[in-house]
Write a protein that binds this ligand. Structure first.
Ligand code: ASP
Length: 443
C-alpha cells in the first residue's frame, strides 16, 4: 500500500460540511494516513479566515483593546463545526488558554497558529486519527528560520510509529518552545515536510480548484488545469504570480522525487494536476504548460559603442547592484547594450544615485529607463517542439497588436520571458493562452 500525505487547505476545512468531504476523501484510500490541515478559511466570498480573526485578536490585545468580540467569532467557528459533527471537544478550555495568553504579553505567532492547532485537534477527533502537534517536531531556530534537517528527523521519528495522524499545518517551535509560523499559506510547507519526513509515495494538496490552471482565471476565464507540470515549471509559474502552492513547499519533496498532486476537495473525482520531475512514460510532452506574469517592472537600458569588446563592463554594473543589495530579474546583454529588468518598487529608492554612478563610471552613450512594464513567462521545459511554440506565441501577440518591449529565452527549454507595457498585460496573457495546446493536438 502506498503512503500518502494529504494536506487540506482553509476552504477545504471551512465548516462541518467540508469536514465531511475530507472524511470521505480520506476513507476512500487507506493510503491517506497522514493528514495536514490549515485553519478554517472562507465559507463564502466576504467571510473572514480564522487566521485573520486570530490576527485581529492579537492586534487588539497588543494595543490594549478588548479582543473578546474577535475571540468569540473564532470560538463560534469551531463550536459550529463541533456541534454539526456531534463531537465532544473541550473547546471552552482551549479558548480559555488562548484568552489567558492574550491577556498577558501575547506572542503573535502563537496566537495566529491556534487556528491550525484547533482545526487539527478537531479533525483528529473526527477521523479517529492521532493528533500530532508540530510544536514538537517542526523545528525552527530562535530567529524563526526552519531547521530542515532536524525537522526531518523529528517529524520522521514522531510519525513513523503511527498508523495514521493529523498534523496541524503552518507552525512549529524553537528549542525554547516558542511557536513560529511559516509565511501565510504555510500549511503547504508542513505537508511537504511531512511527505519528505516519512518518504511518502505522494503528497496530495487538496484545495478549491481542480489543479494548477494554465493561466490566471481572473484574466482568462476559461483557463484549464494542466495535467502534469515539472517542479521547475511550477517554480517559475509561482514566481511569476500563479498562486496554487506556497513556493517553499516544492523543495522538500522535489529533492526526493515525491509527486505533488493538486486536487479539489469539492470535486474529488477530478485527477487535478501532478507535479513531477519527469513526465511519466506515455504522456505527451506539450511545449507550453502555462503562462503567468508579474507587473511592476522597470527596464534600465545602457548602451555604449564597442562595449562588446570591453571586458568587465557588465561586471561593474552587477557590482553596483550588489553594493545596493538591489536584485535584478533579468540581465540581457547584446552587442553594445546591457539591459536590466528590475522590480520598480526595489529600484525606486536607488534610481538617482544608481544612474549617477552608471554615468560616472561607465560613460554610456545612452542611458534609458522604461517603467510600467509587465513581465510574462511562457513556461514549458519538457516539450520538444519549442521553436514552433515560440513562433505561435509571437504570432499571437502580433495578431493582437501587442508590441514586445523585451524578450529573453536563454539556452534552456522553453521559458520565454516577454516584457510588455502594463496596459497590454492582460491582453497579452489572453493571446498567449490561445497558443497552449493541452492535448498536444498541434504536435
Ligand atoms: N492559515 C494560514 C493562512 O491563512 C496558513 C495556511 O492556510 O496555510 O495563511
Amino acid at each position: 500500500m502506498s503512503t500518502i500525505v494529504a494536506k487540506f487547505g482553509g476552504t477545504s476545512a471551512a465548516d462541518a460540511g467540508q469536514f465531511k468531504k475530507i472524511r470521505e476523501i480520506v476513507r476512500s484510500d487507506p493510503g491517506r494516513r497522514f493528514i495536514v490541515v490549515s485553519a478554517p478559511g472562507k465559507r463564502f466570498k466576504d467571510d473572514i479566515k480564522v487566521t485573520d480573526l486570530l490576527q485581529k485578536c492579537y492586534d487588539e490585545a497588543a494595543e490594549g483593546l478588548s479582543f473578546e468580540e474577535s475571540l468569540e467569532l473564532v470560538r463560534r467557528r469551531f463550536q459550529e463545526i463541533i456541534n454539526d459533527l456531534e463531537l465532544s471537544f473541550p473547546l471552552d478550555g482551549e479558548i480559555g488558554i488562548l484568552r489567558a495568553h492574550l491577556q498577558g504579553s501575547p506572542f503573535r505567532e502563537y496566537v495566529i497558529s491556534r487556528g491550525e492547532y484547533l482545526c487539527a485537534r478537531i479533525m483528529a477527533e473526527y477521523l479517529g486519527y492521532t493528533f500530532v502537534d508540530p510544536e514538537w517536531c517542526i523545528c525552527f531556530d530562535e530567529d524563526g528560520r526552519l531547521n530542515p534537517a532536524l525537522t526531518r528527523r523529528m517529524l520522521g521519528a514522531s510519525l513513523k510509529p503511527l498508523q495514521n495522524a493529523v498534523i496541524a499545518g503552518f507552525y512549529g517551535a524553537d528549542m525554547a518552545g516558542h511557536i513560529h509560523t511559516f509565511t501565510r499559506g504555510g500549511s503547504d510547507v508542513t505537508g511537504s515536510l511531512t511527505a519528505a519526513a516519512i518518504g511518502a509515495d505522494k503528497y496530495e494538496n487538496w484545495t478549491d480548484v481542480s489543479g494548477l490552471l494554465a493561466a490566471d482565471p481572473r484574466i482568462v476565464k476559461e483557463a484549464q488545469p494542466v495535467k502534469y507540470v515539472s517542479y521547475r515549471e511550477l517554480r517559475t509559474l509561482s514566481y511569476m504570480g500563479a498562486s496554487v502552492l506556497h513556493t517553499d513547499a516544492v523543495l522538500p519533496v522535489s529533492d526526493l522525487d515525491i509527486p505533488i498532486n493538486i486536487r479539489n476537495t469539492n470535486e474529488p473525482d477530478n485527477a487535478g494536476s501532478t507535479i513531477v520531475r519527469k513526465l511519466p512514460k506515455g504522456e505527451i510532452k506539450i511545449p507550453i504548460v502555462g503562462v503567468a506574469g508579474r507587473p511592476g517592472m522597470s527596464v534600465v537600458q545602457i548602451e555604449k559603442l564597442m562595449v562588446s569588446d570591453e571586458s568587465g563592463f557588465t561586471a561593474i554594473i552587477l557590482d553596483m547592484l550588489k553594493t545596493r543589495q538591489l536584485p535584478f530579474e533579468q540581465c540581457l546583454t547584446g552587442i553594445d547594450t546591457v539591459t536590466l529588468i528590475i522590480r520598480s518598487d526595489l529600484l525606486e529608492p536607488f534610481k538617482e544615485d544608481f544612474f549617477a554612478e552608471i554615468r560616472e563610471r561607465l560613460h554610456p552613450d545612452f542611458l534609458g529607463l522604461k517603467e510600467n512594464l509587465s513581465m510574462i513567462a511562457v513556461v514549458g521545459e519538457q516539450g520538444t517542439d519549442t521553436s514552433d511554440a515560440n513562433v505561435r506565441v509571437l504570432q499571437a501577440l502580433t495578431n493582437a497588436g501587442i508590441s514586445i518591449s523585451t524578450i529573453n529565452q536563454g539556452a534552456g527549454k522553453l521559458n520565454l520571458l516577454i516584457g510588455v507595457h502594463e496596459d497590454k498585460y492582460k491582453e497579452a496573457i489572453r493571446a498567449i493562452y490561445t497558443t497552449i495546446d493541452p492535448e498536444g493536438a498541434l504536435l
